[in-house]
Design a protein around this ligand. Structure first.
Ligand code: ADE
Length: 232
């Protein structure tokens, strides 16, 4: 899968793209990630890419010229173009799964007060927000999108089963986990996990997922119950 990230701060991505599973997927050729430096497409002799907003208001807006030039030089026409923005629709696991079926994804990172609307109108297929809070730049959000989508690419995860069991699948959070030792500073691992009875463990974990979701995420729990009712 091909990812292209458009950013005014390409150096932001240097170490995250070298680390962990994402780094391994890139060096192993499973995903191809390139970062396009928007500033290098500026026609301005000082490489300036922002200007004051028409109509007044605080902050600066990224100009259309460098972004149009960057897209025209790099886009193939086969890419899903996503603009990371707090005004976008909210990212969730369903959106992540849908995007993981794309062959090519281009991610545009905004900064300052945003980008000239003509860029959005001309190139962007979808605006995505990672949550109802404002970041200092779309770069943080772009990494989150990249990582969450890449996890669904076959071969990315060493244990692909965990994609089925994990949080948000079937609208439930993940069950709690323990590892050795069986007793640590007086705290014991629940007996059932040491029992070797796989059916019992499976049922117990399912109950824990329900209980955890009900307590921590009543919104998700409601969705889970609604889905259960629909199935009956
Ligand atoms: N840029 C700034 N805030 C953002 C958010 N919440 N999601 C995506 N991009 C952003």
């Amino acid at each position: 899968m091909i990812f292209r990230i458009y950013s005014l701060f390409p150096e932001f991505f240097e170490s995250p793209l070298k680390c962990g599973l994402l780094g391994k997927a890139i060096t192993g050729g499973l995903i191809d990630v390139s970062v396009v430096d928007i500033r290098s497409y500026s026609l301005n002799k000082h490489r300036r890419c922002d200007d004051y907003p028409y109509g007044g208001g605080s902050g600066m807006v990224i100009m259309p010229e460098p972004l149009f030039a960057a897209f025209e030089a790099n886009e193939t026409g086969d890419s899903k173009v996503i603009y990371m923005s707090p005004s976008g629709s909210l990212l969730n696991q369903g959106v992540v799964k849908r995007l993981s079926k794309e062959k090519e994804i281009s991610i545009l990172c905004g900064n300052y007060e945003g980008i000239d609307q003509r860029v959005i109108d001309s190139f962007v297929d979808e605006e995505i927000s990672i949550g109802d809070y404002v970041l200092s730049g779309g770069e943080f959000a772009a990494l989150i999108l990249l990582d969450s989508v890449a996890r669904y690419i076959p071969g990315f995860m060493s244990n692909e089963e965990s994609l089925i069991e994990e949080s948000f699948e079937s609208d439930l959070l993940e069950y709690p986990q323990w590892t050795r030792p069986a007793e640590f500073r007086g705290h014991k691992v629940p007996e059932v996990l040491l029992s070797g009875d796989h059916d019992k463990i499976k049922n117990w974990r399912h109950e824990k997922r329900i209980e955890k979701t009900r307590l921590k995420r009543p919104d998700l729990y409601k969705k889970y119950l609604e889905r259960l009712l629909l199935r009956e």
